[in-house]
Structures are given as C-alpha cells and as structure tokens.
Ligand binder design. Structure first.
Ligand SMILES: CC(C)(COP(=O)(O)OP(=O)(O)OC[C@H]1O[C@@H](n2cnc3c(N)ncnc32)[C@H](O)[C@@H]1OP(=O)(O)O)[C@@H](O)C(=O)NCCC(=O)NCCS
Length: 186
C-alpha cells in the first residue's frame, strides 16, 4: 500500500485543465457526492473547456487567492485534491456571514477510493494550510455535511475541530453542514 510519502503534492498548472476536469467528474461520481459537493455531475460535464482552463489558472500555481493542490501517485495518476480559497476580512461569505479575519476555506476535497486511508488526505491538507498561512490567513475552515462521518474523521486527523457554527444544507434545510476550523496562535 502507498504511504503519503509516495505522492508528489503540487499546485495545478494551466496545461493541467483536462485532468482538473476529469478528477472533478470522477469526484462527482462518488457515492457521497450529493453530500460532499455543490455541483452535479451533469452541470460539471456540460461546462465549456474555457471554464476548466480558467480554473487551472485561477486556482493555479501563480494565484494568490485560490490554490488547487493535487497528489500525483508514483504511476502518474492524480490520486486526490483539495482547493483552498482565501476569504478576506470584512467581506461576506457565501452564506452572508461576515468574515472577521483573513482565512482559508477548503473546498473540493476528494481522494480516489484506492488511495484512501493512507494519510494522503492529511498531507494534502497540510500543504493547503501551509499555503493559506503564507497568504496571511489566520485560520482555515471548511464545511462538512453532518452525515459525512468519514470526511469528519479525516478532518479531525488533520487537526480541524468543529467551531459550533452550523449552516443549513442547501439541498435540504432540515439537514446541516458543520463548520470545522484549524486556528493557530497569532
Ligand atoms: C473525505 C476523504 C477525502 C477522506 O479521505 P480518506 O483517505 O478516506 O480519510 P482517512 O481514511 O484518512 O480518514 C477517515 C477517518 O474517519 C474514519 N471513518 C471512516 N468511516 C467512518 C464512519 N462512518 N464514522 C466515523 N468515522 C469513520 C476512518 O476510520 C478514519 O479514521 P482512522 O484513520 O482513525 O481509522 C475521502 O473519503 C473522500 O474523497 N470521500 C468522498 C468525497 C468527500 O466526502 N469529500 C469531502 C467533502 S466535505
């Protein structure tokens, strides 16, 4: 079995866009995709190439506002990915809440099933948190569905804890998403 040391973790580059698209489509086929991701497979699949090309630049190695990190397995396959968005202090987030301090927001967390349970997701998170800190973030947060127990377990192992903030799940307001956060002393 691979260990987290067997992967190369790096930011995406402009010419990676076809692989960015393929990994996203594969993630949207995951059995828990309806809990994990905002987008449907059909919507993603219908997007023009320009969307993926823009993403590969806008979340790519030169961007200071978003970074998509991918893990490359020894055979060259992309094993998983996380994306960190920088949220500026004083802005409102997607749910209308005030962002009090500059922070990272992790989205798009996915590890292919054959690469799970080996520490890779923590290695991706460590790289994402390090990048957010370099951008001046004071904390990093994410939202996870209350029923996505495996993802919650992975986030706890990466040092994240529930903040107590709950947001209604956009597909069913009777369900909740929980905010998990990693903070460090200033
Ligand atoms: C979320 C994801 C990236 C986590 O990566 P992973 O490699 O599976 O995570 P890990 O196995 O390292 O950690 C999960 C932990 O939760 C535990 N766990 C698994 N299923 C669980 C369950 N039903 N209840 C409680 N804990 C559970 C695991 O045992 C593990 O802890 P351990 O290593 O102490 O045993 C991966 O499962 C994935 O891509 N899932 C589909 C997409 C997704 O849900 N994305 C997150 C959106 S918020």
């Amino acid at each position: 079995m691979s260990t987290s040391h067997d992967y190369v973790i790096r930011a995406i580059r402009p010419d990676d866009w076809p692989r960015v698209k393929q990994l996203r489509l594969d993630a949207l086929r995951d059995p828990v995709a309806h809990l994990a991701f905002l987008e449907s497979y059909d919507d993603a699949e219908a997007r023009a190439d320009a969307f993926w090309q823009d993403r590969a630049v806008g979340s790519g190695e030169r961007s200071t506002t978003a970074r998509q990190l991918i893990a490359e397995a020894p055979d060259g396959q992309w094993a998983g990915s996380v994306t960190v968005l920088i949220e500026e202090a004083g802005t409102k987030d997607w749910a209308g809440y005030l962002v009090e301090r500059r922070q990272g927001h992790v989205v798009g967390v996915f590890v292919r099933p054959e690469h799970r349970g080996n520490g890779l997701v923590k290695a991706l998170f460590d790289a994402g948190v390090e990048w957010a800190r370099e951008q001046g973030a004071r904390r990093v947060r994410l939202l996870v569905h209350e029923d996505n127990a495996r993802a919650q377990g992975a986030y706890r192992k990466a040092g994240f804890v529930p903040s107590g903030v709950c947001v209604p799940f956009f597909r069913d307001e009777a369900q909740n998403e929980l905010e998990f956060v990693l903070e460090w002393p200033s």
